[in-house]
Design a protein. Structure first.
Lengths: 1116, 351
C-alpha cells in the first residue's frame, strides 16, 4: 500500500566553512529515501542557508516506510571538483506510522559526519500521508507500537500480555567486505550506519508481524542488540514482550488490528468479540468492502493461514452470552496442557486467595461473582476452557481451539522481558535462572540463512525454560539475552526470573479485571510473590524454608534472587543498595576449539564465585533479597571478567539473614586465631554499621509465631545456572554455603583471605548518596523533579607484569570502586540523591585493557520527608503498600464506571463520563449490551465507525469512542504549535533523558515512538582532538545531542528507558586513529509536570489511576 | 593501573564554578588540582586525589569544547551539543568575558593590535594576571571590538546582543583612543573610566538624543562607538561662553551669588572661576579633532581636578559648583554637554 513521504528542507545554521578562500559555504541538500533522491538549490555563500525548499514527495510502499531511514545529506557545491559532503542526518520515520504517536517531525537536527562529528544544524519537516489518512494502520506491521520500557507504559493498560517475541537478522559487515579496502573510512562508516539502520527497521517490522500474528498491538520491553561478529558477519537481534495495550486516559486508543489488510488482523475484532449482536447496527456491506479492497502486502502471503471464511463465520456466531467469559488466548504460554506446574499454580492461586476472601468485607454480589469466575479461570487455565463455554457458538469455539493449537506450536517460550508488572500479575517468584553457552563463530556464513544463530538461541531458551520448570514455575520474567564476543569465540547468555504468573493478564481479562482484582486484594499484600512456587516436599534443590514473616501462611525461602524490579506492593524494611560482585579469571590464549573449551571450563567457577560474592555482600549488608540481578561475563584474549550488579533489600516477608562467621583452618595457632577474631569483629562491625546506614531494623518477632522451620540444615539460594556447549548436558553446582544461622567463610589459603579483605573494601557511598540498579530505590519515595542522566566510560590497563587472579581482581575491584567514587564526587551538588538504574557494562577491547561504561540517573530526593520516613520505616513502607493497593482499587473502578456512560449517547456524555468515574458502580451491574445505532450518525465515515466499534467492543465500553475524536488537548496543542517550522526560534527546548521508565514529579501523557540510533565516529587525528578522552567525550555528547534533537523534532520533551546498549571503542595510538560505535535506544515521550497538570481542567479525572511507581512515589 | 580513557558526560552539562574559574585563570590541570586540594575539597567530600584529577580533566575538556561556542555567545544559546540551563549559560558567558580591571586599565585606549598582544607578558607581570588569562581577555576585547566595529546602532545594545553583556566601555575607549596611560591619570581605575564612558555614551551619543536616560532610542543611525559628529560640531558654539567676556562675567556672578556662603572654598572659586570655566568649555570644543580627543581625560585632570585638589575642594564642593555652574545657563546643548562632564568629574575626583 503506497504512502507518501513528504520532506521539506527549511534552513541550515552554523555550517562549517567549506571554502577557505571566502570563509563561506555553498550548501545544498540531497534528500534520499529508498532509491529516490531529490536535491535543493545551492544556497551560495552562506553559513546559515535558507533553502525553504518545496515539499519533496516520495511515493513508497509500506515495507519501505518501515525499513528505510530518511537520509539527508548536506553538501558543499563545487563547480570544478566533486562536491564535498558536510554531513548527514538519518531520520527514522517509524513514529509517523503509528496512529497516535507523532504527526510531524520538525526541527533542527545536528548534521553529523562520521569523521568530523557534528557540523552545524539543519531544519527539516517530515510528514507521511498514507494513501488515505483514515487507513493509517493498513501498512504491514505499521500499527504495532514499540516500547523500550520494561513495564506497561504509563498511559496504557495491559489488556493481554501475550508473551515473548524474538527475531534476528544477519548480514555481512561492510567493514569486512573487500570493497572496504578501497573506499574511504567515511564511506565505510556510512555504509555500516545505513545497513544497521535498515536491518533494525527490517527487524522491527518482522517482530511487528509476529505481534500481529499473536493479536497484540504493541511490544513492550523491546531490546535490540548488535553482535559485531567480525568477519563472520553482523547480527541484529531483538526480543520483547507482545501485549495488547489500551490507552488509559481520554487520548485516542490505538488498535492496529481494527482494519488492517492482514488476514489475521482483520479477524481480531470479530473473533474476540463476545457480543456479536452488536454487528446488527453496523453497516456490514462497507465492512466487507473495506477488508477486501486492500490486498495483503506480499510479506503477509505466507502467513495468511486462516481462511477468508473466518470473516463470514464470525457474524454468524450465536447470541452473545450475558456473562463475561474467558478466552483461551493462543499466545498465552500458560496454556500448555502438559504443564503440571501451571495447574498447580492455578490451584495455589485459588487456595490462597479464596480463604481470606471470607474474612474480608466484600459485598455478596461481588463475592459470588468472583467465585464463579475463578471456576472458569481454573477450567480455562487447565486447558478445558472451551468446555465451559456452552453459551458460545460452536463454530467460533472450534476456531478458537484451532488457533490456540497452532499458535502454541510457535510460541514455545513463556518468557517476558518485563521487569515491572501490573499489580497482581506476579503470583510467585522462584528465583534466577540463567544459561550460558560458548560458541565458535563459523566463518562460512550465509546471510539468508540465520538458522545457526536462531538455533543457538533456541537452545539456550529451552534450557532457561527447563530451569524454570525445575523451580515449579511456568514462566520466566525479567528475561534478557546478551553476548560477549572475542575473535571467533562467542558467549551467549540468557537470564531471567522463574515465576508463576496470574493467567488473567495472559488472556482477554478485560471483563474480569474487577473481579480478579478483588480476589487479589484479599490475598496477603506485599509478600505473596515471595512464597515458594515449588513443592516443599519435593524441592528442586535443598533450601531452607520458613513460614512467611508477613502472613505466616506460606513458606518462603531465606534468600531471594531476582532479575526483576522490586514489585511495588513488596514490603521492604529500610533502604536498598547497589551490590556488585566483580571477578577476573586468567585464561590461556588459545585458538578456536581449545579456546572455547577452556572458556567453558572456567565458566562454572566464575558463576560460583560471583554467586558467593553476591551472597557475602548481601549478608554483610544485613539484607535478604536481590533485585535487578544482572550477571555479565565478558570474554577477552587472555581473561574472563564477571560483573554482577543487583539491588539488595530487606524483604519483610523473608527471615533475617544470619551473620558471617569466619573459620580458620589451623585453629591451634594463637596469632592466627587472634587474626581471625579480629577479622570477625571487623565483619560484625560492618554488618552493624550497614544495618544502621540502610535503616534495617525489622520488627522483632517472637519465635513461636514463626513456627518451626522445615528441618533442612543446608541453605542455598535460587541461582540455577548451567553452562554447556550442548544444552542437554546440565551440570548442577551445589551453591550452598555453611549452616543455618551463620554464613561460614573458611580461610584456608591466601585466596580466601583476599576474598574476605575484598569484602570489606567496598566502601559505602558518601552520606547523602544511595545507589541501586533498579528503577526505584526501595525505601525512598519522595523524589524531586531534578534528575541528571549521565554516561561515564573508563578504559584502564591492568598493567601487572605477572598478573594473577588476585591482582587482577583487586585492580578490577578498584577500577569499579573508583568509578563509583568519582560519580559520587561529580554529583555531590545533587545531595541528597540516589543513583538509580546504575548500569555497568564491561568490555575487554584488547589485551589487558578493560573498558567499563556506566549509565545511570541521579535523582534528588527531599531530605525532610526522608527523615520522617526514617523514624518509622516499617510503617512507612506498609503505608506505601496500602496506598498502592488503593491505586489498584482505582484500577477496576475505572472499568466499572463504564456502564454508566454506556447508556444512550447524550451531548453531556463527557461530563457524565467524568462524573461516573467517581461513582464506582459495582461490577455486577455491568451492562453488556450497548446501543450503537444512536451514535452512528455522529461518525463521519463508516471506517471510523468500524474503528470505534472495534475498540468499544474490545474494551467492553464506549469510553474510548469519545476519546478517538479528541486527542489529548494538551498534546495536540503542543503539536499544532510545533508544526510551524521554528527557524526563527533560537531557544533550544530542554529534553530530559533517563534510563527509568518514569520522570519523578511528572506524568507521561504521550509516547511518541521508539528511538533507536546507531552511530560510528572515527578520527585520524586523535591527538588533535584531545586524545582518546577528548574523542569519546565529544562523541558521547554528540550522541546525546542527536537523541535530544530527534525527540524534540517529534514533539517530545523526554526520553525514558534510555539505554546505551553498545559502546565499542577501538584505538590505534600509533596511527593517531580511533573509532567508536555507539548504539542507544529509548522511548520518546511528552511529559507534563504534575504541578502543571493540576492546573489543567481539561484533564479527565479518570486519568488518575495509574499503579505506577512514579505516581505512587509522588503522591505518598 | 592507569586510566587511559576517562570521561563523564551528563545529559545536562555539569559546570563546576570553581573549576571554571581555575580554567579561566589559565591554570593547567595539575595546577588546578593542586589549588582544589588546598581548598580542602578532599576533606569535605572524603574523596581521593585521583578522583579530583579525573574530575578536573573532565571539566577542562568540557570547557575546551565550550570555548568555541563562547566566542559567539548567541551560538551557545542555539547549539544542541551541550544542554545547559539558561542561567548556567549566562554564567558561562559572563565569567568568560569578565575581565580583570587591572588588565583592562592597562589596555584601555590601546590599539588592540598584535604589537599590544606581544606586550602582554609585561602586562601580565605588572598586573599579576596569568599570561594565559591575559591573552584570553585580550582576545575577548579584540573579538568584541571587531564584531561591533561594523554594526550600526547603539553600541551598548549591540554588544549586549552579540555577547550578552556590557562591554561597551572598553570598545568605546578603544574606538575613541582616549589617552589613559599618562602618569597623571594613573590614579584613575578602570571602573572610573568605565563609569565615564558610560556617562558620555549615555548623554552624548546619538541614541541619547531626545530622551537622554534611554540610550536605546531607535533613531540611531551611525556607529555608536564614535560620538555623533553633529553634536561635537555644536559644542564649538559653546566656546562663546568663555570667549565673550560679558557672558563669562555674567555666568560667574550667577554662580558666585548662588554659592556664596554655601561652599567652603568660595574664595578659591571666585579666584579660579574663569580658569575653570575656560577649561570646562574648551574640553568640549576640542572634541572635534581626533588628536585632541585623546587628551580629553588629561585635560580634565590637569585643568580641573588638579587645581581643585590643590585648593582642597571637597567632592561636595565640586558637586555644588558643577550643579550651579550648569544651572546658570538654560540651553539644551549645554545641559547635555555638562551632564556627562559633571558625571565624569565627580567620578574622577578622588585620590
Amino acid at each position: 500500500m503506497p504512502g507518501k513521504l513528504k520532506v521539506k528542507i527549511v534552513a541550515g545554521r552554523h555550517l562549517p566553512v567549506m571554502d577557505r578562500a571566502s570563509d563561506l559555504t555553498d550548501a545544498f541538500v540531497e534528500v534520499k529515501f529508498g532509491n529516490t533522491t531529490f536535491k535543493t538549490d545551492v544556497y551560495p555563500k552562506s553559513l546559515n542557508p535558507q533553502w525553504n525548499s518545496e515539499w519533496f514527495k516520495f511515493e513508497v510502499d509500506d515495507e519501505e516506510l518501515q525499513d528505510e531511514p530518511l537520509q539527508i545529506t548536506v553538501l558543499d557545491h563545487d563547480t570544478y571538483s566533486a562536491n564535498d559532503a558536510i554531513g548527514k542526518v538519518y531520520i527514522d520515520i517509524d513514529p509517523l506510522l503509528y496512529s497516535e504517536a507523532a504527526t510531524v517531525i520538525s526541527g533542527w537536527f545536528p548534521i553529523y559526519d562520521t569523521i568530523h562529528g557534528i557540523r552545524g544544524e539543519i531544519n527539516v519537516v517530515v510528514k507521511v500521508d498514507l494513501f488515505n489518512d483514515l487507513n493509517r494502520f493498513r501498512q504491514s506491521s505499521c500499527g504495532v507500537k514499540f516500547f523500550c520500557t520494561t513495564s506497561i507504559p504509563k498511559c496504557y493498560r495491559a489488556v493481554i500480555i501475550h508473551g515473548f517475541v524474538e527475531e534476528l537478522v544477519v548480514n555481512e559487515d561492510p567493514e569486512y567486505q573487500w570493497i572496504d579496502r578501497i573506499r574511504t573510512p567515511r564511506a565505510s562508516n556510512e555504509a555500516r550506519q545505513r545497513l544497521i539502520s535498515l536491518m533494525s527497521g527490517e527487524l522491527q517490522r518482522k517482530i511487528g508481524l509476529k505481534v500481529l500474528e499473536m493479536r497484540g498491538n504493541a511490544v513492550v520491553g523491546y531490546l535490540q542488540c548488535f553482535d559485531l561478529e567480525g568477519e563472520s558477519g553482523l547480527v541484529v537481534r531483538a526480543i520483547g514482550t507482545a501485549c495488547t495495550l489500551d490507552k488509559l486516559s481520554n487520548t485516542s486508543a490505538f488498535l492496529p488490528a481494527c482494519n488492517s489488510p492482514s488476514k489475521e488482523m482483520k479477524e481480531i475484532p470479530f473473533n474476540e468479540d463476545p457480543n456479536p449482536n452488536t454487528y446488527s447496527s453496523g453497516p456490514s456491506t462497507p465492512l466487507k468492502n473495506q477488508t477486501y479492497s486492500f490486498s495483503p502486502s506480499k510479506s503477509y502471503s505466507r502467513q495468511s493461514s486462516s481462511s477468508d471464511t473466518d470473516l463470514s463465520l464470525t457474524p454468524k456466531t450465536a447470541p452473545s452470552p450475558q456473562r463475561p467469559r474467558i478466552f483461551l488466548f493462543p499466545s498465552s504460554p500458560t496454556l500448555s496442557c502438559d504443564s503440571p506446574h501451571l495447574k498447580k499454580s492455578c490451584l495455589l492461586l485459588l487456595g490462597s486467595s479464596i480463604k481470606p476472601l471470607h474474612s474480608s468485607h466484600v459485598s455478596p454480589v461481588v463475592l459470588r461473582k468472583s467465585v464463579s469466575f475463578t471456576e472458569e479461570l481454573l477450567l480455562a487455565a487447565s486447558g478445558m476452557g472451551s468446555g465451559s463455554a456452552g453459551k458460545e457458538g460452536g463454530p467460533f469455539k472450534t476456531l478458537l481451539r484451532q488457533q490456540t493449537q497452532s499458535a502454541l506450536e510457535q510460541r514455545e517460550f513463556p518468557f517476558f522481558t518485563l521487569t515491572t508488572f501490573p499489580p497482581g500479575f506476579l503470583v510467585h517468584v522462584g528465583g534466577v535462572v540463567s544459561a550460558r553457552s560458548v560458541k565458535l563463530l563459523d566463518r562460512i556464513h550465509n546471510p539468508d540463512e540465520p538458522e545457526t544463530r536462531d538455533a543457538w538461541w533456541a537452545e539456550i531458551r529451552q534450557e532457561i525454560k527447563s530451569h524454570a520448570k525445575a523451580l515449579g514455575c511456568h514462566a520466566v520474567v525479567g528475561y534478557s539475552e546478551s553476548t560477549s564476543i572475542c575473535e571467533e569465540v562467542c558467549i551467549l547468555s540468557a537470564s531471567g526470573t522463574a515465576a508463576v504468573l496470574n493467567p488473567r493478564f495472559l488472556q482477554d481479562g478485560t471483563m474480569e479485571g474487577c473481579l480478579e482484582q478483588r480476589i487479589e486484594e484479599a490475598s496477603p499484600p506485599g509478600c505473596g510473590f515471595c512464597h515458594i512456587p515449588y513443592d516443599e516436599l519435593n524441592m528442586p534443590f535443598p533450601a531452607h524454608l520458613t513460614y512467611c514473616y508477613n502472613c505466616r501462611k506460606q513458606k518462603v525461602p531465606d534468600v531471594l534472587f531476582t532479575t526483576i524490579d522490586l514489585p511495588v506492593e513488596a514490603i521492604v524494611v529500610g533502604k536498598g543498595c547497589l551490590i556488585q560482585a566483580r571477578l577476573c579469571r586468567l585464561k590461556k590464549k588459545a585458538q578456536a576449539e581449545a579456546n572455547a573449551t577452556s572458556i567453558s571450563n572456567l565458566l562454572p567457577f566464575m558463576e560460583y564465585e560471583v554467586h558467593t560474592q553476591l551472597m557475602n555482600k548481601l549478608k554483610l549488608r544485613g539484607m535478604n533479597a536481590l533485585f535487578g540481578l544482572r550477571i555479565q561475563i565478558t570474554v577477552g584474549e587472555n581473561m574472563l571478567m564477571g560483573l554482577a550488579s543487583a539491588t539488595g533489600v530487606y524483604l519483610a516477608a523473608l527471615p533475617t539473614p544470619g551473620g558471617i562467621q569466619i573459620a580458620g583452618k589451623t585453629p591451634n595457632d594463637a596469632t592466627y586465631d587472634q587474626h581471625i577474631s579480629h577479622m570477625q569483629k571487623k565483619i560484625n562491625d560492618t554488618i552493624a554499621k550497614n544495618k544502621e546506614l540502610y535503616e534495617i531494623n525489622p520488627p522483632e518477632l517472637p519465635e513461636e509465631i514463626i513456627g518451626s522451620p522445615i528441618p533442612e540444615p543446608r541453605q542455598r539460594s535460587r541461582l540455577l545456572r548451567s553452562q554447556s556447549e550442548s544444552s542437554d548436558e546440565v551440570t548442577e553446582l551445589d551453591l550452598s554455603h555453611g549452616k543455618k544461622d551463620a554464613f561460614v567463610l573458611e580461610i584456608d589459603d591466601t585466596d580466601a583471605m583476599e576474598d574476605v579483605h575484598s569484602l570489606l573494601t567496598d566502601v559505602p557511598p558518601p552520606s547523602g548518596f544511595y545507589s541501586c540498579n533498579t528503577e526505584i530505590m526501595p525505601g525512598i519515595n519522595n523524589w524531586t523533579p531534578e534528575i541528571q542522566m549521565f554516561t561515564a566510560v573508563r578504559v584502564s590497563r591492568l598493567s601487572t607484569i605477572n598478573p594473577t587472579n588476585q591482582t587482577l581482581n583487586k585492580n578490577f575491584n578498584d577500577l569499579c570502586e573508583n568509578l563509583l567514587k568519582s560519580l559520587y564526587f561529580k554529583l555531590r551538588s545533587m545531595v541528597p540523591c540516589c543513583l538509580c538504574h546504575v548500569n555497568f557494562t564491561v568490555a575487554l577491547p584488547e589485551d589487558e585493557l578493560v573498558q567499563i561504561a556506566v549509565t545511570a540517573v541521579a535523582i534528588t530526593y527531599d531530605k525532610n520527608q526522608a527523615l520522617q520516613a526514617n523514624k518509622a520505616p516499617t510503617e512507612k513502607s506498609q503505608q506505601r503498600a496500602s496506598t498502592d493497593n488503593e491505586e489498584q482499587l482505582q484500577f477496576p473502578l475505572e472499568l466499572c464506571s463504564d456502564p454508566l456512560s454506556s447508556q444512550p449517547f447524550s451531548p453531556a456524555k463527557e461530563v457524565l463520563e467524568g462524573a461516573s468515574s467517581h461513582t464506582g458502580i459495582p461490577a455486577a451491574q455491568r451492562a453488556t449490551s450497548v446501543d450503537y445505532s444512536s451514535f452512528a450518525d455522529r461518525c463521519n465515515s463508516w471506517i471510523e465507525l468500524i474503528k470505534l466499534k472495534a475498540q468499544t467492543i474490545r474494551r467492553g465500553s464506549i469510553k474510548t469512542t469519545t476519546s478517538l475524536e479528541k486527542a489529548s488537548p494538551l498534546a495536540e496543542g503542543y503539536l499544532r504549535h510545533r508544526s510551524v517550522p521554528s527557524c526563527t526560534n533560537s531557544t533550544v527546548s530542554v529534553v530530559k533523558m533517563t534510563p527509568l521508565s518514569f520522570l519523578p514529579g511528572a506524568k507521561i501523557t504521550k509516547y511518541l515512538g521508539i528511538i533507536n540510533m546507531f552511530f560510528i565516529r572515527e578520527t585520524t587525528s586523535l591527538r588533535e582532538e584531545g586524545g582518546v578522552s577528548g574523542f569519546l567525550h565529544a562523541f558521547i555528547a554528540e550522541v546525546f545531542a542527536m537523541v535530544r534533537a530527534h525527540v524534540a523534532a517529534l514533539g517530545g520533551n523526554a526520553v525514558v528507558s534510555y539505554i546505551m546498549k553498545q559502546c565499542v571503542f577501538m584505538e590505534n595510538p600509533n596511527k593517531n586513529q580511533a573509532q567508536c560505535l555507539i548504539n542507544v535506544s529509548g522511548d520518546a515521550v511528552i511529559f507534563v509536570r504534575e504541578s502543571e497538570l493540576e492546573m489543567l481542567p481539561v484533564q479527565p479525572s479518570t486519568a488518575a489511576p495509574q499503579p505506577t511507581s512514579s505516581a505512587g512515589d509522588v503522591t505518598t | 593501573m592507569s586510566s587511559d580513557l576517562d570521561v563523564f558526560v551528563g545529559n545536562t552539562t555539569l559546570i563546576d564554578e570553581e573549576v571554571y574559574r581555575l580554567w579561566l585563570d589559565g591554570h593547567s590541570v595539575a595546577e588546578a588540582v593542586a589549588r582544589r586540594l588546598r581548598g580542602g575539597v578532599l576533606e569535605r567530600e572524603g574523596t581521593s586525589v585521583a578522583v579530583l584529577q579525573s574530575d578536573t580533566r573532565d571539566h577542562y575538556r568540557t570547557f575546551q569544547m565550550l570555548e568555541r561556542l563562547l566566542h559567539a555567545p548567541p551560538r551557545l544559546l542555539q547549539q544542541l551539543l551541550f544542554q545547559i540551563p539558561p542561567e548556567r549559560q549566562a554564567l558561562l558567558v559572563q565569567r568568560y568575558y569578565a575581565f580583570d580591571e587591572a588588565l583592562a586599565r592597562e589596555l584601555l585606549g590601546k590599539k588592540l593590535s598584535k604589537g599590544t598582544k606581544k606586550e602582554l607578558d609585561e602586562v601580565s607581570a605588572r598586573t599579576g594576571v596569568g599570561i594565559r588569562s591575559c591573552r584570553r581577555q585580550f582576545d575577548n576585547f579584540k573579538r568584541v571590538f571587531k564584531a561591533v566595529e561594523e554594526l550600526r546602532g547603539p553600541l551598548a545594545e549591540n554588544i549586549q546582543q552579540l555577547f550578552l553583556l556590557d562591554y561597551a566601555a572598553i570598545v568605546f575607549f578603544a574606538n575613541s583612543r582616549f589617552e589613559t596611560g599618562k602618569r597623571r591619570l594613573q590614579f584613575l581605575s578602570f571602573a572610573d573610566f568605565a563609569a565615564c564612558a558610560q556617562s558620555m555614551m549615555g548623554h552624548w551619543s546619538q541614541g541619547a538624543l531626545g530622551e537622554p536616560p534611554d540610550p536605546r532610542a531607535p533613531e540611531a543611525a551611525e556607529p555608536d562607538g564614535d560620538l555623533p559628529k553633529s553634536f561635537l560640531q555644536d559644542l564649538k558654539e559653546l566656546k562663546v561662553l568663555v570667549a565673550d567676556k560679558d557672558l563669562l562675567d555674567q555666568h560667574k556672578s550667577l554662580v558666585c551669588s548662588a554659592l556664596r556662603g554655601k561652599i567652603s572654598v568660595y574664595n578659591e572659586l571666585e579666584a579660579n572661576f574663569k580658569a575653570l570655566s575656560r577649561a570646562l568649555v574648551n574640553v568640549g570644543g576640542k572634541l572635534t579633532h581626533a588628536r585632541d580627543v585623546r587628551d580629553f581625560f588629561v585635560d580634565l585632570v590637569e585643568k580641573v581636578i588638579e587645581p581643585c585638589r590643590s585648593d582642597k575642594w571637597s567632592p561636595g564642593d565640586l558637586r555644588l559648583f558643577l550643579t550651579h555652574y550648569t544651572a546658570a545657563r538654560h540651553q539644551a546643548l549645554w545641559e547635555r554637554y555638562m551632564a556627562a562632564i559633571t558625571a565624569c568629574l565627580l567620578r574622577m575626583y578622588h585620590d
